[in-house]
Design a protein around this ligand. Structure first.
Ligand code: NDP
Length: 396
């Protein structure tokens, strides 16, 4: 029977998911793209129709309202809902999936609106409800989280008896030509970067000051880059699921101009997430800053350069020490040529589509709420190769 797919969120990632689902329409069947702003969905649907020749339906929805979501689900009758809207709508989309018995996938962690804190607790707490409703929830099916989790599972399955340390390395060497802009949602990006760093060692989380730890890593096809230790969400699930792990850290590259602007904005209070009074109006500085900054969706056509994201793992195989780096390199301009989005949206949207494809095909299927590394990594790794994110491995 033909399937139905509902994508919620018409940002940069939603655009890529819509394109890629359309390119795999045999699996995704009837595709509907819904978001708060209908005109954005219509524009994406028009681009998909022009380039891929596949018709996408569109709808407007306020995903903060379970009632609106349930109405939409009853109309569309989706087999899977791909949530690429913002992560902090109180997980209404998960709740609507439980109410309507529909499988669910997202690309991000729940973020508390009032504190710069993100964690899986709230999503994991829905596991029981998902099991009862006999539906599946796949969490964090983007690149990081997402592909990085699958890389870890793949390393564990094929290369190690025990993995002792993992460094997740996220390098974006793209240049959009602006003195300062963020490649995805500015609020999420700046909150992530300005928060304290954290890594996990010997069973405990160790906190660092923002940007306190810097290391220079040499990224294949990109070169050496200053890389800063941050907390990142996939570590929370990986420490539960990777055998023998003693330490896991996450590093992201930042250019000097980005860091100087960010420090300055932070010093003057523009990264604040609490309301302030301005001429009788209440505003949140970070939201106002978001309004001023270039819309990430418009950066695509001006961004040049490459991304390299991977996992550097050390451990034991047959009693001997072993080191591998599994990585993926994307080119911003190539991504834009294919789907009119730069590589950050591309590398998130393609894995979201692949996760949903494996769910619809029954290759990844279980009742309850899961992280990516809990499933067999092989079919996902095979799909990456053919869907636009080919990966490589360097051993020892
Ligand atoms: P954007 O902010 O560009 O887009 C989000 C979209 O969701 C917008 O179209 C927006 O509305 C829509 N939306 C937001 N709130 C609601 C709501 N209440 N009701 C309906 N629609 C809503 O984000 P991105 O496309 O850059 O990112 C999408 C997701 O992917 C985010 O959750 C982000 O954290 C995650 N991400 C994950 C990565 C990974 O590697 N795992 C990397 C990058 C991003 P409107 O229609 O008004 O525009």
């Amino acid at each position: 029977m033909s399937k139905r797919t509902l994508i919620i969120g018409a940002g940069g990632v939603g655009n890529v998911v819509a394109f890629k689902c359309a390119m795999n329409s045999d699996t995704f069947g009837e595709i509907t793209l819904a978001s708060r702003t209908l005109s954005k969905c219509d524009q994406i649907a028009k681009n998909v129709k022009d380039r891929v020749g596949v018709e996408i339906k569109t709808a407007s929805v306020d995903a903060d309202s379970v009632v609106e979501l349930v109405e939409l689900f009853n109309r569309v009758k989706p087999d899977v809902v791909i949530n690429v809207a913002l992560p902090y709508q109180d997980l209404t989309i998960m709740d609507a999936c439980v109410e309507c018995g529909v499988d669910y996938l997202d690309t991000a962690n729940y973020e508390h609106p009032d504190t710069a804190k993100f964690e899986y607790k709230e999503q994991w707490a829905r596991d029981e409800a998902f099991k009862k409703a006999k539906i599946m929830g796949l969490l964090g099916s983007g690149f990081d989280p997402g592909v990085t989790n699958v890389f870890c599972a793949y390393a564990q399955k094929h290369y190690f008896d025990e993995i002792h340390t993992i460094d997740i390395l996220d390098c974006n060497a793209g240049d959009h030509g602006y003195p300062f802009a963020t490649n995805f949602n500015p609020e999420i990006n700046l909150r992530e970067v300005s928060a304290n760093g954290r890594y996990w060692e010997n069973g405990e989380w160790i906190e660092t000051k923002p940007m306190e730890i810097m290391q220079v890593w040499d990224y294949p096809e990109v070169g050496e880059k200053d890389s800063y230790l941050l907390y990142h969400e996939e570590m929370e699930s990986l420490v539960k699921h990777i055998k023998g792990l003693k330490r896991i850290r996450f590093f992201m590259t930042f250019g000097e101009s980005y860091l100087t602007h960010m420090k300055c904005l932070e010093n003057v209070g523009m990264l604040g997430i609490k309301e302030v009074e301005h001429k009788g109006m209440k505003i949140v500085p970070m939201e106002f800053l978001s309004t001023l900054l270039p819309d990430p969706a418009t950066l695509g056509e001006r961004t040049k350069g490459k991304t390299n994201i991977g996992i550097y793992a050390k451990g034991l195989k047959d009693g001997k020490e072993k080191t591998i780096y599994i990585y993926q390199v994307s080119d911003h301009e190539e991504c834009y040529k294919e789907v009119m989005s730069q590589a950050v949206s591309y590398t998130t949207g393609v894995p979201a589509m692949i996760g949903a494809k494996l769910m619809l095909e029954g290759k990844w299927k279980a009742d309850g709420v899961y992280n990516m590394e809990e499933f067999n990594p092989d079919p996902f790794m095979e799909e990456l190769m053919v869907q636009g994110l080919p990966w490589k491995i360097r051993e020892d």
